[in-house]
Write a protein that binds this ligand. Structure first.
Ligand code: SF4
Ligand code: SF4
Length: 187
């Protein structure tokens, strides 16, 4: 499963102090999306021109010679880029980023368990959001069940854009649904 961010000490994603896990991929494409890097289910390279200082470090470091500095900023040749992440590692201005890191559910549980001391003292927990977490029902339900076994408060931030049986399974395995309804039709 690709994760595009893990936010610790989150205080706006449910009660108490939480760890928020951002799952990559969403079936919607709202024009007002505030996490556009979470829409695609695939790993992506992101470039923020206003942060770029034009130092060419990335151009020199790219093993595929995929980058060119132009008057409009860095341009990537998508036919060459392998998403190796070298340009993001060397960029001194954080203008290059790789969005999407592969995590197993075991690895995510370890990240969640690191935060239990803060959760316990603040009546916080874990929040799964995205993207759309219900796009990944199997790993999501596995994580929810494992957190439940440990008594960790579970919130899911979702648009509910999923099959009804998935919504029901998630409802049965969390304490809080944060529902972000988008546009609906009359049906
Ligand atoms: S991700 Fe790797 S291959 Fe792609 S542009 Fe950056 S350094 Fe080059
Ligand atoms: S390394 Fe970063 S700051 Fe330098 S040219 Fe590349 S993107 Fe811009």
């Amino acid at each position: 499963m690709l994760i595009f961010d893990i936010k610790r000490y989150a205080i706006n994603d449910g009660p108490g102090i939480r760890i928020t896990i951002f799952m990559k991929g969403c079936p919607l494409s709202c024009v007002w999306c505030h996490n556009p890097e979470g829409v695609s289910s695939r790993k992506q390279k992101l470039y923020t021109k206003k942060k770029c200082i034009g130092c060419r470090t990335c151009v020199q470091a790219c093993p595929q010679q995929a980058l060119t500095l132009t008057p409009e900023g860095i341009v990537t040749d998508g036919t060459r880029c392998t998403l190796c992440g070298t340009c993001a590692e060397v960029c001194p201005a954080l203008a290059m980023e790789i969005s999407g890191t592969e995590y197993s559910t075991d690895a995510l549980m370890k990240e969640i368990e690191k935060e239990t001391v803060f959760m316990d003292r603040s009546e916080g927990g874990v929040t799964f959001c995205g993207g759309e977490p219900l796009l990944h029902p199997e790993p999501l339900l596995d994580l929810l069940r494992r957190c439940g076994e440990q008594g960790i408060h579970r919130a899911v931030d979702t648009t509910l854009f999923a099959r009804p049986e998935i919504v029901r399974d998630v409802m049965d395995n969390c304490e809080l649904l944060l529902v972000d309804l988008k546009q609906m039709d009359s049906a």
